[in-house]
Design a protein around this ligand. Sequence first.
Ligand code: NAG
Length: 772
Amino acid sequence: LKIVILVIGCSLFFACNEKKQLIQSPRDIAIIPEPAQMVLGKGSFEFNSETRFVAVGKGQKEVATLLIEKFHSATGINLQIVEKEPASNFIVFEEDKSLENEAYRLKISNNSVRISANGYSGFLYGFESIRQLLPPQLEGNENQQDINWSIPCLEINDHPRYSWRGLMLDVARHFFKKEYILKTIDRMALFKLNTLHLHLVDDQGWRIEIKKYPKLTEIGGFRVDQEDKHWDARTENKLDDPATYGGFYTQEDIKEIVAFAGKHGITVVPEIEMPAHVMSALAAYPEFSCFDEKIAVPSGGVWPITDIYCPGKEETFEFLQNVLLEVMDLFPSKYVHIGGDEATRTNWEKDPKDQKRMKEEGLKNTAELQSYFIKRIERFISSHGRILLGWDEILEGGLPPGATVMSWRGIQGGWEASEQGHDVVMTPGDWTYFNQYQGDPDYEPIAFGGYVPLSKVYSFDPVVDSMSVAQKKHILGGQANLWSEFITDDKESEYMLYPRLAALSEVLWTPKNKLDWKRFSEKIPALFKRFVAMGITYSRSAYAVTAKSTLNMKNATISVVLSNEFTGSDIRYALDDEKLDTSSKRYSAPIVLDHTTTIKAAVVENGKIVGDTLKKTFNFHKAIGKPVAYDPMYSKLYQGEKEINMVNIIRGSKNFHDGQWQAWLVKDAEITIDLEKPIEISSVAVGSMENQGSGIYYPIQIEVAVSADGKKYTKVGKIKREFRNYGYVGLKDFNIDFEAQKVRFVRLDAKNLGHPPKGGDAWMFLDEIVVE
Ligand code: NAG
């Protein structure tokens, strides 16, 4: 009966309030993450300056205050909290112990809003849903006086799928100011994320004040300013170079961050790296390294990482325990992250103290010594009632009994840890490393390589089918990691986080059977409006049009399919010199080309071009579709389109995973094209890529030879290229012109750099041999 009255009540209200009522179906509601259950009623609840909050129980006032503050900064109006329910026009918090943690129920009728939950987070999430029902103006500082904002009558029953819904910020490689951290916390709360993992320590910076060891921040907190250079192009610092880039959080800052996060339902998990990624600490206190060597805090990438803590010295453990004591005092978090990744243990092999330790402890190798290290720290952390969390390397040599694993090198580590009965947080790079590209690198700010577009994030699931029921229970959830080597400021950080963080929040919160990419796409315009009001620099890469083309050998045409990540977008395109604008041709079917053509394309929404414009030339050269022989064969990891790849017109992009590149590791390549009959040609070009951060280098030499019979070859040209330390992702065509001649065979020899000066193996990436 109540419901009936409610519906009638709402519809009456609806009748007299028609102008403001735009919500007609659940599709008009754009809450992210999508609630578990939502039933739309009729009509709406209208906020005005007389609206009251009824908040008496624990935590209710605090949540009410968060919403009141939003209204205040948007409108200048101060809504009031009262103790008793007025007759109408109020929002009431009701404790309901039958609801699970973080769950909430929201009942919106035309005269009241009821938020029920069993505690603080539930109330908070009720508020966050209301926030997303309200117009984006709520997020601004417009002081617009007029409220009269209405939210639709509905009932939501909502609860999260996973208990760990996180974001990691790497504040070490790029130092983010406290204010940015606070802003990020509010944004995380909008998406009902509940864990902020702060990567406080790395080679390039120590970012938390430790009273007992002041040099950690005095020295370890700063590095030589090479911010104007790309991360991979930064040079080694000398000990006495002035170190001016950096900063750190004082213990007071940390308390403020932790308290602010708590108010937003967010636990801050500190990460204190060990035994590697700690050059900043060793620059301050060389006595905790194996050979007491004095080093400078590096300004850029260091690989492999050999300057690490020394487990042969008792002082190292004493130091780390003292640091952890101060850290545990500051962070109430149950979990303490100790890093554990990417240690190269060559110093441990050489150091007699470490060798002695291994003997005494009966350890077979340095992997076991590392495990000894982590286990010792784990005992310390658990004796203080906390849980050790570490990157999946902590599995090597044996996992400490109480440890939780953060799986980053794919899901494998998490799979194994959960099988051994340990809890796991999934952060596999291919889905959750937000330092990677989200769109075509040709149009994106420089990122880490790799490709994690919005839809890829949306396909993330922390559990996989191959896990047993028991294993699945150990998967706490997932998290996005924003490593900041390539992040230069707050804006760029925002660009990498939004909207991908919204997609992540949905896959970690919403029941699996309600996840729906199309529905998520439909919520994007509303989300972007809110981002604008919130002053967030967000990415529209998901709108950017990409071209996928296939070669049709029979009639030597290519068919170009244009798409963007969202389904059903209005894509417009223009050919060659035609102008691309909102009235250009609408794309509806693959475009078939039979001669060299340039395609331009973009998405149009609400009469405007949104996102980047694609511009791509398809060059119909003389070797299209001809047989190609390789010696040696390209790597199994990068096969492109196999035998057709080098002559398929389609060019590899800056995304080295785009399926158009063929690559050789360390080896040189000899590629021969058979033109099948003598043809007059006068130039041969080959495309190549450089992405030193990902170990990809331009060839150091290209040589072209031609032949009439495939036996006797004549050299027609050679390009030599000196190796250069180059930080950016680049594309280059090596072009060789020669006197026009009739030939049947073209042979290209590409020399691999082999081993770059800084060590490691070089990849050589080639695509398309253009013969003209
Ligand atoms: C890994 C490193 C990290 C680096 C990131 C870049 C982990 C656990 N370790 O090599 O320090 O910033 O990748 O993507 O991710």
